[in-house]
Design a binder for this molecule. Sequence first.
Ligand code: SF4
Length: 291
Amino acid sequence: MEYYVYMSAQMALFELESGLNVPDRIGHARVSRRRVRQILTKPTGVLAGLDFTLNPYGGCSFGCAYCYAAFFQPDEAKAADWGNWVEVKENALDLLRGEPGLAGSRLLIGSVTDPYQPLERKTGLTRSLLEHMAKLSPQPRVIVQTRSPIVVQDIDVLLRFKDLRVNMSVTTDDDAVRKRYEPLCASIGRRLDAVRRLSESGVRAGLSLAPLLPISNVGEFAKTINKLGIESAWTGYFHPGTRRFASGTRENALVLAKEDGWNFERYLETVSELRKLVPVLKKYNEDEKAS
Ligand code: SF4
């Protein structure tokens, strides 16, 4: 199985360099190709300490109920249809090859899309970008943000970097909760298994408990986290912004949270319990006021 996945990635890369053969759909989502003018973005706000963000895809077929990335989509029809479309940035690798500031920079892959959403199995686009960056001297210092176990298919490439960390998003310990807020994402167990495999393989890994959703058993969850071999973990509540073009939480997630009785106070209580039990857990935005 692993061999098959690895070979699939190799074939996809070949297709990418010879004309990017991508499907019209991936599951429920429409897929299209797009040529973009730039592939690296100078981040602002909480990401301002980084040099660049890099998003190989536009849109995201995971379509999480709380996703703030939809607010960065200037096309209102696309923002409203978030989760049902993905754009493959077909000239991403060409653009990256021409980026003079890339070597030695600090960058985050996956600020407004998941670089390992299911389409990555077909295109190998994220893999091709990593392969290019791994050859640079000095290499960029890379953070890969994902909630997809597909990332393990690229362990061989991830290991070529001197300074790289994969942050896996795990928002709850309860798959019933997960299915309400992020039904199209992998199960919690598969994500945790992926983190274990990354750590065991020597890839630095972190856990993003953000946005933290209701936790069924804090004690057991803490024990599980402590055995993952991760170097860091942090929590976050829903993004509070609601203005157009500001990052916020989509209405659907706020409705679900209200049904669950999940609010900022319960979030703080849960984080306080977790922090007592999980040594690597850092404070993230507890001081923010939820709106
Ligand atoms: S995986 Fe990330 S980018 Fe994709 S829908 Fe979920 S929160 Fe948004």
